[in-house]
Design a protein around this ligand. Structure first.
Ligand code: DDH
Length: 302
């Protein structure tokens, strides 16, 4: 099976560079959240990929199933319509790019622009023409749960414990919105700058349980804490039950500690694992285009 870098690209390098430039240009947005649409673009790339099931070879970013109500209307994807709407003018301008490629590329561009690592991205994803192959709901993680659930969800995609912790470091970016997930607040004090701060704070701060009283949305409580310089009126930082479970597990915790100590190691591992995430289920043929039957096989190495 051929590595995607060796396959024919459906787009020229100039075309890809033009889309990257246009994504970079829309990231800063003073009217949105913390001044950047970067975090929600990263979440779009992740949620479009994170439906993958290695056993049945279904789900994943190929197909751009979130355009359909079946996937786009999944409560787990609440809020991602904003990300898709932000990217629409870029899709209109560069109509040759598929949604599946655009959503994953935008996530990679956003991570880099927010100070994160360069992540390898390969083109060739194709869009479904109807919703027949859209993966079932319920494949994305539920933040109210703990380690066992994280393992069930991420092992299904083919990730190991180290990769689960590295991927979770994406919560350096962005925030929770009460009207989207039922949780609220940012994980770190500079949520538009990619770093290993999330791991440092997970270990260092004294986290307290805060009840949210939103049982209807499934969110009962989250963890909150403030940095020494923060006032009582300042919005506190937060951790989801799943985030905290990384520190309560013998296999996960050593990785949290390593990434808290060594930002270079975190960047290197994050780049590798995010690159793997956006390739899940993308099986291209010799023309460089991904099929929807999962038959073209998976590449092993370059
Ligand atoms: Fe996440 N995430 N995520 N996450 N995520 C939320 C926001 C963001 C979980 C739950 C939530 C990953 C893993 C997990 C980002 C990236 C990644 C929100 C808040 C919840 C809840 C949504 C809202 O209210 O707007 C859970 C649970 C897991 C897990 O089980 C590990 C991963 C792997 C990534 C990734 O990108 C690799 C980003 C970025 C955000 C911020 C979005 C925003 O709008 O800001």
């Amino acid at each position: 099976v051929i590595h995607p870098s060796k396959l024919k690209s459906p787009y020229t390098q100039e075309q890809v560079a033009a889309v990257k430039k246009d994504v970079e240009a829309i990231l800063k947005n003073k009217d949105y959240d913390d001044g950047s649409i970067g975090p929600v673009l990263v979440r779009l790339a992740w949620h479009s990929s994170g439906t993958y099931c290695a056993e049945t070879k279904t789900g994943g970013s190929n197909g751009a199933g979130m355009r359909y109500e079946k996937e786009g209307g999944d409560p787990a994807n609440a809020g991602l319509q904003h990300a898709r709407v932000f990217l629409e003018p870029i899709k209109e301008k560069h109509s040759w790019i598929t949604y599946a490629d655009l959503w994953t590329l935008a996530g990679v561009v956003a991570i880099k622009a927010m100070g994160g690592p360069e992540i390898e991205w390969y083109p060739g994803r194709t869009d479904f023409v109807d919703d027949a192959r859209v993966p079932p709901r319920g494949r994305l993680p539920d933040a109210a749960q703990a380690q066992d659930h994280l393992r069930a969800i991420f092992y299904r995609m083919g990730f190991n414990d180290q990769e689960i912790v590295a991927l979770s470091g994406a919560h350096n970016l962005g925030r929770c919105h009460a009207d989207r997930s039922g949780f609220e607040g940012p994980w770190v004090n500079n949520p538009t700058r990619f770093s290993n701060q999330y791991f440092k704070l997970l270990i260092k701060l004294k986290w307290e349980k805060k009840h949210l009283g939103r049982e209807a949305q499934g969110a009962h409580w989250q963890w909150i804490a403030r940095l020494p310089h923060m006032d009582e009126e300042d919005e506190p930082l937060m951790m989801l039950p799943t985030d905290m479970s990384l520190t309560l597990d013998d296999k996960f915790k050593p990785w949290v500690e390593k990434y808290a100590e060594d930002q270079d190691l975190f960047f290197k591992d994050f780049a590798a694992v995010f690159g793997k995430l956006i390739e899940l289920g993308v099986t291209r043929d010799e023309s460089g285009l991904a099929k929807h039957d999962g038959k073209a096989g998976e590449y092993k190495s370059a």
